[in-house]
Design a protein around this ligand. Sequence first.
Ligand code: ASP
Length: 305
Amino acid sequence: MLKNRSIISIADLSDEDINEIFTEADKMLENLNSGQKMNDMESRILATLFYEPSTRTRLSFESAMQRLGGSVISMADSKTSSTSKGETLADTVRIVESYSDIIVIRHPLEGAALLASKFSSKPVINAGDGSGEHPTQTLIDLYTIRKESGSIDGKTITIIGDLKYGRTVHSLLSALARYRVNVNLVSPESLALPKHVYNEIKGRLKVNVSTDLEPFLAQTDILYVTRIQKERFTDKNEYARLIGSYKITGREADMLPSGAIIMHPLPRVDEISPEVDNREPAKYFRQAYYGVPVRMALISMIAGE
Ligand code: ASP
């Protein structure tokens, strides 16, 4: 059902689509673990167009395509492409769609992926548009919760950090509103969730808002930590004031109930201390690993035969 469809927002996916992606991702994970060779994407080309830095998203999309037997062409740095000569996004997309079967794009401007999809007859996947959305990260986040926490329904999820600029938070909350979950939102006041996202979820979810994490820890099943999004600040002094607002250390990890998990879309700066990495609740590296099977599922469902 996903065939040839662009994924710009998490809202583009129905509950049924999401469940199908997870079923397919389970199969991909099994194949990866058993070392089975796959050729679903043989003779297909995935293009990655990245106008902003990325490690996991670009490399896991590329790894996913290659694991499926397909090929990849990549613009990993807009400074070395014709963008630096003044080429518009629309023109670049018109060209790249003729070189590939599916396009993955990341751009600093909100709405850029949607714009790209208007100029492409091939499916476009939004890999992050400014402070807008990051729908495939949300698929990975939900998949991780299912795998590492058993289910999504019934859980209490505490999201902490930069709720204003964090695009992964915006997509995740929009998706969580489809489940029966409680959400705690913890951030400095100036980095609170944008009104439009808050309005979308309020009434559909039980939401608490606070600047203080500690009172929520004992009731948290999933602690979702985010980075203060340095690149979105126009005032660097404001960033300097806010960095270090929260830090998850062994002390905070110990205050979580047993079975709770800690997630982070990564990269982390200093918001999770490395001493947490080897503790039971730390699932953020596992979460990054799930990026490959989930993106394999998505690519094969969108661009497969
Ligand atoms: N990698 C995620 C993103 O691109 C999270 C982050 O950068 O903080 O949005």
